[in-house]
Every structure is written in structure tokens, then in C-alpha cells.
Ligand binder design. Structure first.
Ligand SMILES: [Zn+2]
Length: 118
């Protein structure tokens, strides 16, 4: 909802909708985004279905899902290893090397190296 006439008083809390204000417009006009409040189980389902098709996702979508997981305090655990922590792009054909009980994954997008113990 970006129509200026529809902006409600942010102090009045609606039971279902949560207003998130961001100041991305150049004239510093507040933009209200409305997000439907979802439960933790719903968020967890959403995240698990998202990560089933992770290779076709964009970094922006991953950023959004990461924020959703953080908001609901859902740990990503093993899912985290499918994406680069620096540029947030999913690994499609990464360079994987195993040396001294450490798995090293090099991102093909930014060259960031991630190391995990195995
Ligand atoms: Zn990367």
C-alpha cells in the first residue's frame, strides 16, 4: 500500500497487520509496508519450502527469508551451508575441497571462502 491517503496512524496497532516503515524514497517520505503476521510454525514451513529450491533463488529473496528466520528466531543450521554468507548467493557449482577434517567451499560469485568442520 503506497497510496499516501491510506497511511494510517502507526501508533494504532491493528491486530493482524504490522506496519514496517522504511525511508527509501529520495524525498524522505515514509513508505509503509504491510506484512501479515504469521506464526512461528508457518514461518518454519515457509523457510523449509523455500530451501527446497534454493538454487533458483536470488540474493534478494534469500535476504528476505533470512530476515524472516531471524524475526521468528528460527535457526537455519545446515541450510546455511547452501549459500554464501558474504554475497548471499546460493552455491550452484562451488569449488569444494576437503583438507584436514575441514570442508572448504569457495563461492563462484564473489570468491568468499567458507570453512566447516566435518
Ligand atoms: Zn559469495
Amino acid at each position: 500500500m503506497e497510496t499516501p491517503g491510506l497511511i494510517p496512524n502507526p501508533e494504532v496497532k491493528h491486530p493482524v497487520l504490522v506496519a514496517v516503515v522504511s525511508y527509501k524514497k529520495p524525498n524522505h517520505q515514509a513508505v509503509f509496508h504491510f506484512m501479515k503476521k504469521i506464526s512461528k510454525t508457518e514461518a518454519r514451513e515457509h523457510i523449509s519450502t523455500f530451501f527446497q529450491n534454493i538454487k533458483n533463488k536470488s540474493p534478494e529473496e534469500i535476504k528476505k527469508i533470512k530476515r524472516l528466520a531471524m524475526r521468528h528466531k528460527i535457526p537455519l543450521r545446515e541450510k546455511r551451508k547452501n549459500l554464501c554468507k558474504k554475497c548471499l548467493a546460493p552455491y550452484k557449482n562451488p569449488k569444494i575441497r576437503i583438507k584436514k577434517k575441514t570442508k572448504t567451499t569457495t563461492c563462484e560469485n564473489c570468491g568468499c571462502v567458507a570453512r566447516y568442520k566435518i
